[in-house]
Design a protein around this ligand. Structure first.
Ligand SMILES: Cc1ncc(COP(=O)(O)O)c(C=O)c1O
Length: 454
């Protein structure tokens, strides 16, 4: 029979996948190390398993014990699935920057999750690390792995990730690119690869705002500025970030990280998180400088599934002012109008009673209503015009909408550009958005004022 003893046997041994389209014009080979194919869909499954098994060997984790960790999510998932197999309880402390998908995922694996503000500074009681430490102190028979300092973290990559890449590339790898969160991946893999061939360049990909690049280059840290990519970058240097194994650190913006993450899905079919975008951006920058002997391996840290409500959502990118203006479409504007706008499109039929529609408009605080017949726009109601007509002739309140309506608002396709929408709004107070022949949204002049201009 062919089966695994348990899910943990699927951790590691992830394949390398060559990029073909994103690398056009690049002579070097660029390979993605598919850590998103681990059973918990991230590189952190390796250390979740390794830290728990090290603690069992050392006796710091005993049967019936509770595992408590500060995590941006993925380490929690790696720990939780190991704990599930081995019968331990888990409590995770996360910041409110972590996506809701990750919180729910951890709960689905049986863990308890405590969420604290991302704004809390290191060392303060609300910081996610201090909170995890406090809960660990207060919980009997608990184990606090501390991925930032636990030697089993870089060790797991030294024993597994490094040797896998070395064997898979038959020793031909020339550059390794990874993000730095705890530093475990880059330090452990980097150390192994350097021991095989000291000429292999180990490159860290770091968000602008994080301290690693400055620290590597000057030995000093600086005040961090906030960034949105999850799981990588730091404000203090963790023990597991052994930067002596790192040759160079490249800073990448949020905008570039998210754009590259989305492109990897669109262009190569590899669905990934934001930190993978950071790595990919750095990998391509490096690869562009190499000849055909260059062989760059970068880490695909986790799956895009965890970020469907974040950078894989146009709405979220627009809210964070990270969407290219030319990618703001009529559909996006109409679905991301101010939080107070009613989301379902309010429409009238030509046969509706004027008084009923006016009452509805008053109740919802809307001034423009399209009049639709079989899904097509046949007219429009503009509150001020209708009220003027009704004031002159009160009987119109009982009349059908068709007697008071104006000409239809202009109609644009859902993929019309923001510029097209703006142009139409110079002549009409509202435009309608059409999706495959059906009217699905309305945009007014106010909605367009809310749009980011860059
Ligand atoms: C999404 C994601 N990417 C990358 C990393 C970085 O890996 P490491 O902690 O090994 O430096 C992490 C770690 O927290 C992560 O959660």
């Amino acid at each position: 029979m062919d089966y695994k003893e348990n899910i943990l046997e699927l951790v590691g041994h992830t394949p390398l996948v060559k990029l073909n389209r994103l690398t056009q014009g690049i002579k070097a080979t660029v390979l993605a190390k598919m850590e998103s194919l681990n059973p918990g869909y991230s590189v952190k499954d390796r250390i979740g398993r390794a830290m728990i098994e090290a603690a069992e060997r050392e006796g710091s984790l005993k049967p019936g014990g509770t595992i408590i960790e500060a995590t941006s999510g993925n380490t929690g998932i790696g720990l939780a699935l190991t704990a599930a197999v081995k019968g331990y309880r888990c409590i995770f402390v996360m910041t409110d920057k972590a996506s809701i998908e990750k919180v729910r995922y951890l709960k689905a694996l049986g863990a308890d999750v405590v969420v604290v503000p991302a704004s809390a500074k290191p060392g303060t009681p609300d910081h996610y690390v201090s909170t995890a430490q406090r809960i660990a102190r207060e919980t009997p028979n608990s184990f606090y792995p501390n991925q930032y300092a636990h030697p089993a973290n870089p060790e797991a990559h030294y024993r597994t990730t490094g040797p896998e890449i070395w064997e898979q590339t038959e020793g031909r790898i020339t550059h390794f690119v990874a993000g730095i969160g705890t530093g475990g991946t880059i330090s452990g893999t980097g150390r192994f690869l350097k021991e095989q061939n000291a000429n292999i360049r180990i490159i860290g990909a770091d968000p602008y705002g994080s301290v690693f690049k400055t620290y590597k280059e000057t030995g000093k840290t600086h005040e961090v500025t906030p960034y949105l990519v999850e799981g990588i970058g730091q404000e203090v240097i963790p023990e597991n970030a052994q930067l002596k194994y790192v040759d160079e650190i490249i800073n990448i913006t949020d905008r570039e990280s998210f754009e590259m993450s989305r492109q990897l899905g669109r262009v190569e079919g590899i669905f990934c998180g934001g930190s993978t975008g950071t790595n990919l951006a750095a990998a391509l920058k490096v690869a562009r400088t190499l000849d055909a002997n260059g062989l760059v391996v970068f880490i695909v840290c986790d799956t895009g599934e965890h970020y469907l409500s974040k950078h894989h959502s146009d709405e979220w990118l627009k809210e964070k002012r990270l969407l290219e203006p030319q990618r703001i479409t009529a559909e996006l504007i109409s679905t991301t109008k101010g939080a107070t706008a009613p989301h379902a499109l309010v429409t009238a039929a030509p046969t509706d009673r004027v008084a009923d529609i006016l009452a509805r408009m008053d109740e919802l605080g809307i001034s423009y209503v399209p009049v639709l017949e079989e899904g097509r726009s046949v007219g429009s109601l503009r509150e001020n015009h209708v009220l003027t007509k009704v004031l002159r002739k009160r009987e119109l309140l009982e009349a059908p909408v068709s007697e008071v309506m104006d000409a239809s608002f202009p109609v644009v396709e859902e993929d019309a550009s923001a510029a097209d929408v703006t142009r139409q709004l110079q002549a009409a107070p509202a435009v309608l958005v059409q999706t495959y022949g059906r009217i699905t949204g309305i945009i007014t002049r106010h909605d367009v004022l809310d749009m980011p201009t860059r």
